[in-house]
Design a protein around this ligand. Sequence first.
Ligand code: BG6
Length: 459
Amino acid sequence: MALPACSIVIFGATGDLTKRKLIPALAKIPLAKSTEIVLIGRRADNAGLRNEFLAFTKDAKIAKRFRYIQMDFNKFDEYKNIEVKHDNRIFYLATGPESFPTITKYLERAGLASPKPARGWHRLVFEKPFGYDLQSAQKLNHELTQCFTEDQIYRIDHYLGKELVQNILVVRFSNPIFERLWNGRYVDNVQISVMEQHAVGSRGAYYDQSGALRDMVQNHLLQILSLIAMEAPTTAESGDVHDEKVKVLRQLRYVPDSLVLGQYAAGSISGKHVPDYKDEDGVGKRSRTETYAALALAIDNQRWMGTPFYLRTGKATGSSYAEVVMTFKRGSSLFHGKNGQPAPNKLILRIQPDEGMRLQFNLKGNDCCADPVLMDFSHKAEFGMNTPEAYERLLADVQRGDQTLFSRWDEVEHAWRIVDGLRKVHGKTGKLHAYRAGTSGPEEAKKLLARDGRSWHGQ
Ligand code: BG6
């Protein structure tokens, strides 16, 4: 379906996200001929700025659509400088959340965006983080919904735009062989891991106020979990999908004594020295911010009763990957594996890198025992190298008016409730385990699973 002509107005245009993600994504999607991109920032326009905008895309043609407006978006008077040529308008707030209420209010007051436009449509896109905790998120949402309606608000969680995350529902609900086994009767445990080799780098000042629970678990990991665990929606329409995701988030419960938080200490990754987290730029010398989190959650419903969901995420770890691993319960077997029982069946959804799916099952090896092998589907090998980036899909969906891959308010609210609860638990124990940069995280995370007679996949 062709994308409608519109004006895309980006606040925070000189920031990293706009240059690295938004402009390259806009350069790749088939925008309507007259769609314009209005870039708003505080810096003066100069020749260098245009090149900065183009630095991360190979397609310089996109620059023909640009218009740069220098302004202070905290000053209402300056909104009169914003001119847009289309009735269909997208306002993308790639700024910190502290600026969301002001920009939103001034857009409405200046008549640039309206809850009921006389012609066309007006949509607002908000980057994460959406608040810092439940209370601030509620306040923020209250302020935004004073001016606009939920169907105009697009809360970004870019993991939802990743190809393999989008695939979760298709795999689940178009394959009876998986669908029938997708419950606690057959699944022993589910592991969701999002590990990053990157240390905090230049984002220390932001990250030190956030930490792994708020930066990754509240959004990306809980969104993946809700897609894995939800019941079948009535249809694949946005409202039905969100309704089922919310139900799961409401049923989530923290498993007592299962929270492991860590902070990286100096180490090395791929031969490069990584400083201690506390020595990173912008980080407090006595910082207690966690750069690693592992925990177990239970879902109190019929489908998942007794099946733990283990989550972990960390910065400055030995390798970068995001995956979901479902380990199936063992059945009786005529054959032995190399070390006794045959290995359990596993379904591995690899979100990145090497997007794909793997199924672990047992075969006769060279001797007569049951050896685990992997049936391997590679997304790139099957569909080519041009898998769209998450932001391409999300930016196209805003233009189409499809909110399926955005977080609805009640999802965000329940996710904050869970994360606030976890932070309270941490407040009581106060434990923060050091791990060397370049390793897989603190030893305590291994003990968390060992205590249940399990281990992390790949450990
Ligand atoms: C962001 C977090 O939401 O996701 C970052 O704020 C993190 O800390 C990033 O590095 C990871 O995204 P991706 O797409 O690189 O896995």
